[in-house]
Design a protein around this ligand. Structure first.
Ligand code: FE2
Length: 371
């Protein structure tokens, strides 16, 4: 056995944990980074109420799905204007990723594009960074990655930095009750792909494998229930815990070709991140099996299934039940676009961590199977 495991995030998990937030805020002003929906439905105010009344609290609630460089730069400008000392990312992965970038860029005169495209590296973070997820999927609260879209370049790219680990993550299952069924479906599939990709990645390791297995089992058992019964606390708690485990796992290993394929599917076809990650999942499970039979057999047995075909069918059935797309044609992808899709997918460095090493021709053949 030979591995490294690193997690510098203090995790608070449980019902009402948000009430302990105040004790962790040492410096103000505070900037809450969130999205317009959470502002409108009162979640931003709920967090403000959980913070000591003496604190100066501001909010920047303009984060969109697949956060853009311009939104990050605008949020950074605002954070500078109010001289923010604590940055709270409140929401799904988009809000937390935006908070990560703002908390670092505030100390510089850089734009996010300088780091994403010009090779500049982030050298420090002096502000406290706190993450409060309101979805059960991205795991961004326990990773050092942010994913951003540059609309001018038409590119979506991950940025990794040792300064992107939040100082604290507050996971309160009650905060996830506001997720509409479609968001629950998509974000849970995102978490499932984090778990299975962490499990089969070339970079996988024993501790993350353990957590991935638990996450996958829990998502299989609870996903359909959460979509049908969104206010079931026990189910929401299990999914948030599964998302946390999957997040910790892939933070150690990174993801593989499912996430590489998701970038053009979200960027060019507007598909939700989790749905985009899972689209090829049932077929990829079968193709990857041949490259890691022993390890996959352990997983299949742990999931109380009998064969890789059963695992693949199970995921396909769940995806159908929760109305997740399972073919490229459903998204409006044209057959003529498949070669470009293969090129973009293979250009993402994470694609090479997949157990089956796809050549361009093999990937085109695979994508035609899910057309
Ligand atoms: Fe993801």
């Amino acid at each position: 056995m030979n591995f490294r495991f690193f997690l510098p995030v203090e995790i608070f998990f449980g019902k009402g944990k948000i009430k302990e937030l105040s004790q962790q805020i040492k410096k103000t002003p505070i900037l809450i980074v969130s999205d317009p929906v959470l502002k409108k439905i009162g979640i931003v105010d709920q967090v403000k109420e959980a913070i000591d009344k003496q604190c100066d609290i501001f909010d920047f609630c303009q984060v969109e799905p697949n956060p853009s460089c311009s939104t990050v730069n605008k949020g950074t400008q605002y954070a500078k204007e109010i001289n923010a000392k604590t940055i709270i990312g409140l929401g799904g992965g988009s809000a937390i990723d935006t908070a990560k970038a703002i908390s670092c860029l505030i100390d510089t005169s850089d734009t996010l594009q300088d780091h994403l495209f010009e090779g500049k590296s982030i050298e420090k973070r002096t502000k406290r960074l706190i993450a409060i997820p309101t979805t059960s999927g991205t795991g961004s609260e326990v990773t050092n990655v942010g994913v951003y879209t540059d609309k001018e370049r038409g590119q979506k790219k991950p940025l990794v930095s040792e300064y992107f680990w939040p100082d604290q993550a507050f996971l309160d299952p009650k905060m996830t009750f506001t997720m509409p069924a479609k968001v629950t479906a998509s974000t849970s599939l995102d978490a499932f792909t984090h778990a299975i990709e962490a499990y089969w990645a070339d970079s996988s390791q024993p501790l993350s494998k353990l957590m991935s297995m638990k996450a996958m089992k829990s998502i299989i058992e609870n996903l359909e229930k959460a979509v049908k019964d969104p206010e079931n606390y026990e189910v929401r708690e299990k999914l948030l815990y599964a998302s946390l485990l999957a997040g910790i796992s892939f933070a150690q290993t990174r993801t593989t070709i499912l996430h590489a394929l998701s970038f053009p599917l979200t960027n060019e076809y507007g598909l939700e991140h989790g749905f985009a990650c899972a689209l090829a999942l049932p077929n990829l499970i079968v193709e990857n099996y041949n490259y890691m039979k022993e390890s996959m057999d352990v997983l299949i047995k742990y999931l109380d299934l009998k064969s890789v075909e059963q695992l693949s069918q199970k995921m396909h059935q769940i995806m159908k039940t929760i109305h997740a797309p399972t073919t490229l044609s459903e998204l409006g992808v044209q057959e003529a676009d498949i070669e470009k899709l293969a090129n973009t997918t293979l250009s993402a460095p994470i694609a090479s961590l997949n157990p089956k090493k796809y050549t361009k021709i093999e990937l085109i053949k695979f994508l035609n199977k899910i057309y």
